[in-house]
Design a protein around this ligand. Sequence first.
Ligand code: NAP
Ligand code: ZN
Length: 348
Amino acid sequence: MTRVHAYAAPSEAAPLEKTVIERRELGPLDVLIDIAFAGICHSDIHTVQGDWGPQQYPLAPGHEITGTVAAVGAEVTKHQVGDRVGVGCLVNSCGECRNCLRGDEQFCSEGAVFTYGAPDRDGTITQGGYSEQVVVTEKFALRIPDGLALDVAAPLLCAGITTYSPLKHWNVGPGTRVAVVGLGGLGHMGVQIAHALGAEVTVLSQTLNKKDDGLRLGADDYRATSDRDTFRDLRSSFDVILNTVSAVIDMRSYLSLLDVGGTMVCVGAPAEPLPVQVMSLIGGRRSLAGSNIGGIAETQEMLDFCAEHGIAAEIEVIRASEINAAYERVLASDVRYRFVIEAATFAA
Ligand code: NAP
Ligand code: ZN
């Protein structure tokens, strides 16, 4: 076991604090990664606060990890010491079920092992990227393309793949009218990726405060959902709505914005249920869907796509001691557009 500095939540109500966690000895197929940056995803906050169910504490979150390979196990072939790599939300899966074989490791029938707060194969509970180092099976470490700096690449490992995967799955491309709801960490990646795929993109944000940013990121239109005229003006005008909101929204209003045959994909995962009137779907042969991150091969595809199109996250780099303040700002929708922790500060 290696002991590394980390930031972890001691309980669901307490602020995160500096601590020390253990990383397993390097197995034959493992890589040891010196973490450089870890993004703060809203899922970290939901998880720590117990929004999605009880957790075991202390819990170190973090599933937007980039860094450099520091050591490799005897049988590792995918990575070498010195390689620039990333780790997202997944650190293991069975590799043999039909979902894994299709490349959807996130839906592994045996239970995907998520990067933090999940029972690992050895019975321990996984600890995430708010730490100095991590050990993962080589398959679950992604290659960061040369054109992407490690700080702005970190959020791609969750926010990037979580928006790329549904946009690809629902065939977003030239001619597709896409609305992205919420311009936060996921939303600002969704806008850039949908634009790069050739879609016509509209941002639906609570206010117009971030309009300039939205248009600069590639949106063709930007509307405030606090303005009731938005829902009248944009009625039946989208093929795909990507809902990235971390809270409950009025589904009836948003579903009315879908054209006949359109799909609303929810990636935002609020603690409370989203109530839906079935007539909102029936009235336009509309679909309501969900999507969960993406598989490992698709995550690599997304990283390569982002490098090719010059897409990355817009970030604010913070020190570990600023994590709790950053959480408050994320909860207040005051993030432009991802906080990324400099891992060198976990030991400070
Ligand atoms: P975030 O940075 O906080 O962005 C969420 C955005 O939603 C905010 O910036 C805000 O945008 C909007 N919003 C927040 N509260 C709202 C409210 N009460 N009403 C309307 N809009 C509101 O969070 P994130 O990291 O992007 O994550 C978003 C959600 O996706 C979280 O629930 C997270 O757990 C989930 N998630 C899911 C997956 C998956 O695989 N499905 C992966 C990662 C994250 P505006 O200011 O523009 O209105
Ligand atoms: Zn995430």
